[in-house]
Design a protein around this ligand. Structure first.
Ligand code: NAD
Ligand code: UFG
Length: 337
């Protein structure tokens, strides 16, 4: 039996594949390479000394997915494939709805056709919208404030309806908080195309000299130092959350939303100062006005993951930033170097 990993050559997918290979899982990756490279496959082999089956396929293409399920004995799917840039989703919303929503529906149709009804889905803390107060828990109302967030919320709602319609489905909707860090080998990590939108890749590129300075979006929030607070989680802890979710899928009835975060908040300036200490590099920054759509403080109540999945994040901020820095300094041009 094999696991199908959509988006498995991407940032979170590749780290999850490494953890699954350690458990001798048979893995098929389906990815259209729109935001990743096949170099990742060599790096995964270097880390684990094991190989995966890679199929270049688009989740929007029913026939390609159907062929994968025809030709392989797939028991469950981890569905990472998707577009993820909030700003870009405002510019090209139709691409986001097509890729993330229509593509997901196509995948679920093919799964249903082949009677594969075990799924772990990459959702996001973005579904908590802007009106809930942290710590955020799974019982809180959901909403979306941009097309990217809409796509995550729509797919969650599709999955709730699907599970209601057919009790054979077991679905874990993992709501990630802010994934950062990299594998401690320094061989895989995150390398966004173009100028990064997210804090950690931006800071890392300032430290390595690719970008001149960081803009800190607002220092007048009601937080420890006025800058935005987020729940940063090490990507390997997040990967291990997927392993646990897969192992517990049989105990999950219907569609279960599960926060994957540490439960701790860290401010932008705390990140900058820790990065500076660990890298020994200067991180010049200027304070600029708040970014539209940002809220002051976001962190998880992770008790459902602790209790239901028997999962807890164990890597602290020092480890997250040490691993980010190792990856960035060893691979200043990402997988191109
Ligand atoms: P990523 O871009 O590194 O990985 C996504 C992968 O999916 C890429 O390899 C890309 O080539 C592939 N892909 C995209 N569209 C596809 C399609 N139509 N068919 C086949 N493959 C396709 O992103 P990531 O950070 O690893 O995120 C993985 C998932 O987690 C995404 O669904 C994202 O929305 C979600 N998520 C990410 C974050 C984050 O901060 N990184 C936070 C919350 C949720
Ligand atoms: N920030 C800066 N300067 C930057 C980038 C970010 O000051 O150049 C600040 C932001 O204002 C925020 C914090 O750093 O306070 C974190 O910002 P990110 O863009 O890294 O992350 P967000 O929390 O805004 O969003 C991320 C993902 C979304 C996801 C959300 C919730 O990008 O896709 O977490 O999981 F929906």
């Amino acid at each position: 039996m094999s696991l199908l990993i959509t988006g498995g050559t991407g940032y979170i997918g590749s780290h999850t594949v490494v953890e699954l290979l350690k458990l001798d899982q048979d893995i098929i990756i389906a990815d259209n390479l729109s935001n990743s490279s096949t170099v990742v496959l060599d790096r995964i082999k270097e880390i684990t000394d094991k190989s995966v089956t890679f199929i270049k396929a688009d989740i929007c293409d029913f026939a390609s997915l159907d062929a994968i399920f025809e030709q392989n004995d797939i028991e469950a799917v981890i569905h990472f494939a998707g577009l993820k840039a909030v700003g870009e989703s405002n510019q090209i919303p139709l691409n986001y709805y097509q890729n993330n929503v229509a593509g997901s529906v196509t995948l679920f149709q093919v799964m249903a056709k082949h009677n594969v009804k075990k799924l772990v889905f990459s959702s996001s803390a973005t579904v908590y919208g802007e009106n809930n107060v942290s710590p955020l828990d799974e019982s809180m109302p959901t909403s979306a404030i941009n097309p990217y967030g809409q796509t995550k919320l729509m797919v969650e709602n599709i999955l709730f309806d699907l599970a209601k319609s057919d009790s054979e489905w077991s679905i874990a909707c993992l709501r990630y908080f802010n994934p950062i860090g990299a594998h401690d080998s320094g061989l895989i990590g995150e390398h966004p195309n173009g100028i990064p939108n997210n804090l950690l890749p931006y800071v890392a590129q300032v430290a390595v000299g690719r970008l001149a300075q960081l803009q800190v979006f607002g220092d007048d929030y009601d937080t420890v130092d006025g800058t935005g607070v987020r729940d940063y989680i090490h990507v390997v802890d997040l990967a291990l959350g997927h392993v646990k979710a897969l192992q517990k899928l049989d105990d999950i009835e219907g569609c279960q939303p599960i926060n994957i975060g540490t439960g701790n908040g860290t401010s932008v300036l705390e990140i900058v100062n820790t990065f500076k200490d660990i890298s020994g590099k200067d991180i010049p920054y200027t304070i600029v006005p708040r970014r539209a759509g940002d809220i002051a403080t976001v962190y998880a109540d992770a008790s459902v993951a602790n209790n239901l999945l028997d999962w807890k994040a164990t890597r602290d901020l020092t480890e997250m930033i040490t691993d980010t820095w190792r990856w960035q300094s060893k691979n200043p041009n990402g997988f191109e170097s």
